[in-house]
Write a protein that binds this ligand. Structure first.
Ligand SMILES: Nc1ncnc2c1ncn2[C@@H]1O[C@H](COP(=O)(O)OP(=O)(O)OP(=O)(O)O)[C@@H](O)[C@H]1O
Length: 347
C-alpha cells in the first residue's frame, strides 16, 4: 500500500462531480455527485461496466469534455491547486491546459488515435520531453531513447525513427506510455490501455506499469472493467455504476475480501478466477440502465439480489461509511447477519 498524503493533502481530489449531457433536446445525467481522492504515488482503479461514466470522469479531470457535456457541480484539487470544474473561468481552463502533458498525462485505449501517423514516434516523445525540460533537441532525443528502453522497446535506437504504422499494437502502446511519462507527470490517467491488445501483450504491458510505478512515483488513475487488472496494479478502488459511486476504498484488499456494495460483490463474482476453473461463471442479471432510463432510486436496484422496497424510492444515500470505506447502499453486504458469509460462499 503506497498511498501517501503530503501535509497539503492528496495529489488529486474530485469532489461532488455532476455532469449532464444534452442529447436530442433532453438533459441526461451521466455523472452524479462523484467524489474520490488519490494520494501521491497511489494507484486507484476506477471500475465499472461499459457506460458507467469512467471515461467522462477522466475527461472532466483533463478539461477535455465533449461539446454536449455540462459540468453542473464539481471541484478538483490537483497537487494543492484548486479548480472549479462547473464554473471554471477562462483562466482556470488555461491552468488545466498547462497541466496536460506535464502535471497530468493520459494513456488511451487505442494508441493510434493519440499518435501522429506522419511524425516518427521518437519525435513525438522528444516533443513531450521538450515541453517539460529545456534541453537541446539532441539531448531530448537521447532521453527519448532512454524512455523507450525503460518501457521495454529493445532496439530503441532504431525504433525512434519509425512511424506508428510500422509498429505492432504492443509497441505502439509502449511508445504512448513513453510519451505520457516523458513530461514527468505527477498523475497518469489510463483509459483501459490494454483492452485493444492480445492477452500476452496485455500481460507484458501490465507488468510494465507495475515496474514504472517503482521508477516514476506518479499517481495512477486506472480505468478498467476488469477487477483482475485492478488486483494486479492498484492500491485503492472506486466502483462506478450508472454515473454514481457505489463503493470507494483506500484499501483494495478489504473490498476484495468483504465487498460492501452488492454491485461490487456481483462484479467480483463475475470475475474469472483460476481457482474456479470448470465452475460456471456468475453473470449479473439484466443490464445497466441507459442514461435516458435511469431509475428513480438506486440505479443498481433492478439487478440487485438484495434489494428491498426502500431501494427503489430515492437516489443512493449520499454517504454511508462501512468500516472505513464509502458504501453508497441502504443495505450493504455484510451489514445484515450472514450476508458476508453468503457472499463469500457464492464467490
Ligand atoms: N458525447 C456524448 N453524448 C451522448 N452520450 C454520451 C457522450 N459521451 C458519453 N456518453 C454516454 O455517457 C455514458 C458514460 O460514458 P463513458 O464513456 O464515460 O462510459 P465508460 O464507463 O467509459 O464506458 P466504456 O467502458 O464503454 O468506455 C454512456 O452511456 C455513454 O454512451
Amino acid at each position: 500500500m503506497r498511498s501517501e498524503m503530503t501535509s497539503a493533502g492528496p495529489l488529486l481530489e474530485i469532489d461532488d462531480l455532476t455532469l449532464k449531457l444534452q442529447v436530442g433536446g433532453a438533459e441526461l445525467t451521466a455523472l452524479e455527485h462523484v467524489s474520490f481522492s488519490l494520494g501521491y504515488g497511489e494507484a486507484r482503479g476506477l471500475v465499472g461496466e461499459s457506460g458507467s461514466g469512467k471515461s467522462l470522469t477522466l475527461r472532466a479531470i483533463l478539461g477535455l469534455l465533449p461539446p454536449n457535456a455540462v459540468v453542473t457541480s464539481g471541484r478538483m484539487v490537483f497537487d494543492g491547486a484548486e479548480f472549479d470544474l462547473a464554473h471554471g473561468s477562462k483562466a482556470d481552463a488555461r491552468r488545466l491546459e498547462r497541466l496536460r502533458g506535464t502535471g497530468i498525462s493520459m494513456i488511451f485505449q487505442e494508441p493510434s488515435v493519440a499518435l501522429n501517423p506522419v511524425i516518427p514516434v521518437g519525435e513525438q516523445i522528444v516533443d513531450a520531453v521538450m515541453r517539460r525540460d529545456h534541453l537541446r533537441r539532441s539531448q531530448a532525443r537521447d532521453y527519448a531513447i532512454h524512455l523507450m528502453k525503460l518501457v521495454g522497446i529493445h532496439d530503441a535506437e532504431h525504433k525512434v525513427d519509425a512511424y506508428e504504422f510500422e509498429l505492432s499494437g504492443g509497441l505502439k502502446q509502449r511508445v504512448m506510455i513513453a510519451a505520457a511519462v516523458a513530461g514527468k507527470p505527477k498523475l497518469i490517467l489510463c483509459d483501459e490501455p490494454t483492452t485493444a491488445l492480445d492477452v500476452t501483450v496485455q500481460r507484458q504491458i501490465l507488468s510494465l506499469f507495475t515496474h514504472l510505478r517503482d521508477e516514476l512515483d506518479a499517481g495512477l488513475l486506472y480505468v478498467t472493467h476488469d477487477l483482475a487488472v485492478v488486483a494486479q496494479l492498484c492500491d485503492s478502488i472506486t466502483v462506478l455504476y450508472s454515473g454514481n459511486v457505489m463503493e470507494s476504498s483506500a484499501e483494495l484488499g478489504s473490498v476484495f475480501d468483504d465487498p460492501g456494495h452488492p454491485y461490487t460483490e456481483a462484479l467480483l463474482r463475475s470475475t474469472p478466477d483460476v481457482d474456479r476453473i470448470g465452475r460456471r461463471l456468475y453473470s449479473i442479471p439484466g443490464s445497466a440502465p441507459s442514461l435516458s432510463d435511469r431509475p428513480l432510486g438506486c440505479p443498481f436496484a433492478p439487478r440487485c439480489e438484495y434489494r428491498q422496497d426502500d431501494c427503489e424510492q430515492a437516489r443512493v444515500p449520499d454517504t454511508s461509511t462501512v468500516e472505513g470505506r464509502e458504501v453508497h447502499c441502504r443495505h450493504p453486504v455484510g451489514h445484515e447477519s450472514g450476508r458476508v458469509q453468503l457472499a463469500k460462499e457464492a464467490r
